[in-house]
Ligand binder design. Structure first.
Ligand code: FAD
Ligand code: DLZ
Ligand code: SF4
Length: 524
């Protein structure tokens, strides 16, 4: 029988922990470590993920395992189709404990609450030591976020972001002042798309043999999941992710800021970085990416509003969203402050709607497993908010359809930012908007079956009447919010006939919405 010292340490690496410097590997020696990576049925099906998302994660995991082996590590890799695959992380750990008789398990905490609950049971389930290490691939630790949030009435991102700027020194002067004198250049980042606006095509990564095998596996096992695999071009290795970042810094960051909120029919990525999948898998380091953006500014290759905007998305929003998730779980999953109960419409899965803005965003979502932020927030999300769609159904949809979707980042964005389901802890007011906003920031309305300038009746843009229906039905909750401004005095000034026309048009539209089969998102 091997002595404890001869027994290896088992290091499970989960699908979104594909970082060579991950805490569980740091300081370990190759001759007494077995790395375990597991493709498991439970993770692939807890919601019915977009096909590109599963292919991306499996391919990135397989490439990562190959890199580790090349570097001399022992990797025990369990494929989805391996005989005896137990189907769950805990089941696979049990089998690995049998195979390797480890003296300890060292695992980095999970990104998702659901998985973390399972990991926390391991010390009781297995007889060896289990060490659960903090995930330090973020700028702000969870303990630090908790401390920041403690005793604050308002958890606004802007104040957190300033702390992160001070902490990292990004775009900061020695005297503690922000570069350019302002913390935030958002007001310069709302340019509507000018006629003919087009961005350089993002380089797509040609699938290699490993990726093609994963694509075939997904078609075979998950062929009835939402989405198309045809356009698969995601980076699946760190080198590829770095090349994607190079292309962003060379070609798109300059216009990233000004056109951050713009939407153009058929231009799916516009000037966005398309780096969220790589960041969330662990292929890219968030701080390093921000330092590269800062360098582009210092070298005069990108304007301050673009660079500050990009850095804010990462050390501001991304970090804040993660901290908020862990602070609010598990009740955030159930939050429904506005008591929204309507089922998600079927067209979210089929894309079959005459509303051109929604049809284009859903098409991009189906073809690319991606839509950019303003499409997610102000078209898809805004519709769900003002139509009163149930948070659980909206959450499931977003978790399924995006290749970058993990609950820690999806849930706060959906429940708190989009649906105001947390009652305003994250957002100071609901992001509700009429067709006017979409018309200003996109070219969708010019060729839509509905008329954006028509407010009520047949052919009127549904966003117009739904907006007022939303405001009217939540008057008790929202009227006292000082950021809602003059909305209710405008509403009252309209007079009863106009109000009735709005409410009738909206109700008529809502009555005709066909709810989706719940089987699209989860096995029934
Ligand atoms: P860019 O526009 O280039 O931004 C740069 C980076 O900033 C992103 O890669 C991302 O890491 C980060 N970022 C920007 N906004 C946010 C944000 N609100 N929250 C967290 N990080 C942010 N992002 C995800 O990574 N996974 C999700 O599941 C997800 N779900 C979302 C759901 C809704 C309803 C909304 C409104 C936003 C969601 N986001 C999510 C945030 C954002 O839409 C995506 O990160 C972004 O579209 C990814 O594309 P990009 O890499 O081109 O981003
Ligand atoms: C999303 C996902 C999928 C589809 N499949 C796997 C898998 O088979 N094995 C794995 O390790 N991870 C997978 N993931 C990502 C996990 O769900 C992710 O690591 C957890 O959500 C983190 O808590
Ligand atoms: Fe969307 Fe309304 Fe514009 Fe049509 S008119 S694209 S539904 S905002």
């Amino acid at each position: 029988m091997p002595s404890p010292a001869e027994r290896p340490v088992l290091v499970p690496i989960l699908g979104d922990q594909l970082t060579r410097t991950i805490a569980s590997l740091r300081g370990r020696t190759k001759d007494d470590t077995v790395i375990l990576m597991m493709e498991v049925w439970d993770e692939a099906t807890y919601v019915r993920h977009h096909k590109q998302k599963i292919a991306l994660i499996f391919s990135a995991m397989r490439h990562f395992a190959a890199e580790l082996r090349d570097a001399g590590w022992t990797v025990d890799y369990v494929e989805l189709t391996d005989t005896d695959n137990a189907g769950s992380f805990t089941g696979e750990i049990a089998r690995a404990v049998e195979r390797h008789d480890p003296r300890a398990i060292h695992v980095v905490e999970a990104g998702e609450w659901r998985v973390q609950q399972a990991i926390e049971e391991w010390p009781d389930k297995f007889s060896c030591d289990v060490e659960i290490l903090p995930d330090d691939r973020f700028v702000c630790s969870l303990a630090e976020f908790r401390e920041w949030a403690e005793d604050r009435d308002s958890l606004r991102m802007e104040f957190f972001y300033r702390e992160m700027r001070r902490k990292t020194g990004l775009l900061m002067h020695g005297d503690g002042k922000p570069e350019g004198g302002e913390w935030n250049y958002d007001s310069e980042n709302r340019k509507p798309p000018r006629e003919g606006l087009s961005a350089p095509q993002r380089p797509l990564v040609e699938p290699d043999d490993i990726t093609r095998e994963c694509i075939d596996l997904v078609e075979e096992k998950f062929g009835d999941h939402f989405g198309s695999l045809e356009n698969f071009g995601w980076p699946v290795t760190r080198d590829q992710a770095e090349e994607a970042a190079d292309a962003f810094f060379a070609e798109r960051i300059e216009c990233f800021g000004p056109y951050q909120d713009a939407m153009v029919h058929g231009q799916d990525d516009l000037f966005h970085s398309m780096l969220s999948t790589s960041l969330n898998l662990g292929l890219l380091d968030p701080l390093d990416l921000c330092r590269r953006a800062e360098k582009a500014y210092e070298e005069g290759k990108a304007p301050l509003n673009s660079v500050e905007g990009f850095i804010r998305q990462i050390i501001g929003w991304r970090e804040y969203i993660r901290g908020f998730y862990w602070l609010q779980m598990p009740h955030l999953q159930e939050a429904n402050a506005l008591n929204a109960q309507r089922g998600l419409p079927e067209f979210f899965w089929t894309g079959e709607t005459d509303m051109r803005c929604l049809a284009d965003c859903i098409r991009s979502t189906r073809d690319n497993a991606h839509a950019h932020h303003i499409q997610r927030l102000m078209v898809l999300g805004n519709f769900c908010l003002i139509a009163g769609i149930s948070p659980r159904e909206v959450q499931d949809w977003y978790l399924v359809v995006y290749a970058d979707a993990y609950e820690w980042v999806e849930l706060p964005n959906v429940a708190a930012m989009v649906l105001y389901a947390d009652g305003g802890k994250l957002a100071s007011k609901p992001y509700a908007a009429s067709g006017n906003y979409i018309n200003k920031m996109s070219n969708y309305c010019s060729d839509c079956a509905y008329s954006v300038s028509k407010k009520t009746g047949e052919g009127a843009c549904p966003f117009n009447s739904l907006y007022w229906h939303f405001m009217d039905r939540h008057r008790d909750t929202l009227e006292s919010n000082h950021r809602i401004g003059r909305v209710y005095s405008n509403w009252d000034r309209m007079g009863e006939d106009k109000q009735a026309a709005y409410l009738e048009t909206a109700q008529d539209f809502l009555d005709r919405l066909e709810p989706a089969d719940k089987g699209w998102a989860r096995e029934q």
